[in-house]
Design a protein around this ligand. Structure first.
Ligand SMILES: *Cc1c(COP(=O)(O)O)cnc(C)c1O
Length: 360
């Protein structure tokens, strides 16, 4: 489907606008005051999210950042100064405004993300504190799946199980930042529970590849979600007739999960079409999900902003780094759009390829 504004927007999958079916469901949603638990649409969404992740309960939150924050608050349970093990390329560490420090009162114990998105078990073991009057206490390990900065890679169920086993041996909990959980599940060809069975809590976003306008879900056992509900109120995330937005989330879970495979196919098509362009290196030549990361050769003197500006003329929106891009496919990007983007890159960087057919 073409984007309603006619643009080809590869900046993120957060740019997805609601589908016509979502807009209809939003207009007709049955609602109530969700702080009183009176909103039947929110209640249904929470039940559905819990079922899909194999957890006892779920909580609808305005954003993924808030979902992660509430999970961190519950797992750290007011013990200020505790440590949370996070990947050095994780969203929680890099892109949540330091909420772990500022709002949870915990500090990050940072270990390197491996190229496959996992955390090395030896690194995690080394980061776990032993009991000593000088040491903070370790509480939690956070994983991210798909791992965004590692290339939208799928952290394997085996790696997650190994992390879970390690956590159990040390009395730690595991939280999953699953902003793109269903991209990972679809790429594996498995239900999401294949991944979420290994964690104590999981946040996933409705507002990214699933196309809903607003919202994320935090899922876990009943006690965790009950505590998270209190913290959600504390940070101002208690919403009233939230069924208006939850209605779109229900459509997202019903109709937008399986089609994520189309986005993955489009990402591979895009990578294949850009491969071999002079001065362009693909960081993930065979994308596992919906992201293509690439670098431009600084020696050629063509910067990211120059490329972005050139393609803007063709109605293509890109989010440039100084010499790199993350290109993200989503439900409003068609194979034809992908081919236009490939043509745009070839026009700026390479030999002309107009008319050439791209398969893959
Ligand atoms: C987008 C994202 C989040 C946070 O979601 P927001 O709704 O933008 O707050 C968390 N983790 C990852 C990996 C993300 O990509």
């Amino acid at each position: 489907m073409p984007f309603e504004n006619g643009l080809i927007d590869l900046r993120s999958d957060t740019v997805t606008v609601p589908t016509p079916e979502m807009r209809r469901a939003m207009a007709l949603a049955e609602v109530g005051d969700d702080v009183y638990r009176d909103d039947p649409t929110v209640n249904r969404l929470e039940e559905r999210a819990a079922a899909l992740t194999g957890k006892a309960a779920a909580l609808f939150v305005p954003s993924g950042t808030m979902g992660n924050l509430l999970a961190l608050m519950v797992h750290c349970a007011g013990h200020r100064g505790v440590e949370v093990i996070v990947g050095d390329k994780s969203h929680i560490y890099l892109n949540e405004v330091g909420g772990l420090a500022a709002l949870v009162g915990a500090q990050a114990a940072v270990v390197p993300n491996q190229p496959d998105g996992s955390l090395g078990l030896a690194d995690v073991v080394a980061a776990i504190r032993d009991e000593d009057v000088h040491h903070p206490r370790t509480r939690l390990i956070c994983l991210e799946n798909t791992q965004n900065i590692c290339g939208g890679v799928v952290v394997s169920p085996a790696a997650m199980a190994a992390t879970r086993d390690l956590a159990r041996r040390h009395g730690l909990k595991v939280h999953l930042d699953g902003a793109r959980l269903f991209n990972a599940a679809v790429a594996l060809g498995a239900p999401a529970t294949e991944l979420t069975q290994h964690v104590d809590s999981v946040m996933f976003c409705l507002s990214k590849g699933l196309g809903a306008p607003v919202g994320s879900m935090l899922c876990g056992d009943a006690d965790l979600v009950a505590e998270a509900r209190r913290y959600r109120k504390m940070v101002g995330g208690g919403m009233r007739q939230a069924g208006v937005i939850a209605a779109a989330g229900l459509i997202a879970l019903e109709h937008m999960i399986e089609r994520l495979d189309d986005d993955h196919v489009n990402a591979r098509r895009l990578a294949a079409g850009l491969a071999g362009l002079p001065g362009l290196t693909l960081e993930n030549p065979e994308p596992q999900t919906n992201m293509v990361y690439l670098q431009l050769d600084p020696a050629r003197g063509i910067t990211g902003p120059v490329v972005a500006e050139a393609l803007r003329g063709d109605g293509i929106l890109l989010d440039p780094g100084p010499y790199g891009f993350r290109l993200v496919t989503h439900c409003w990007i068609t194979p034809t759009d992908v081919d236009k983007v490939i043509d745009g890159f070839h026009a700026v960087l390479g030999r002309k390829r107009k008319g050439q057919v791209c398969e893959g």
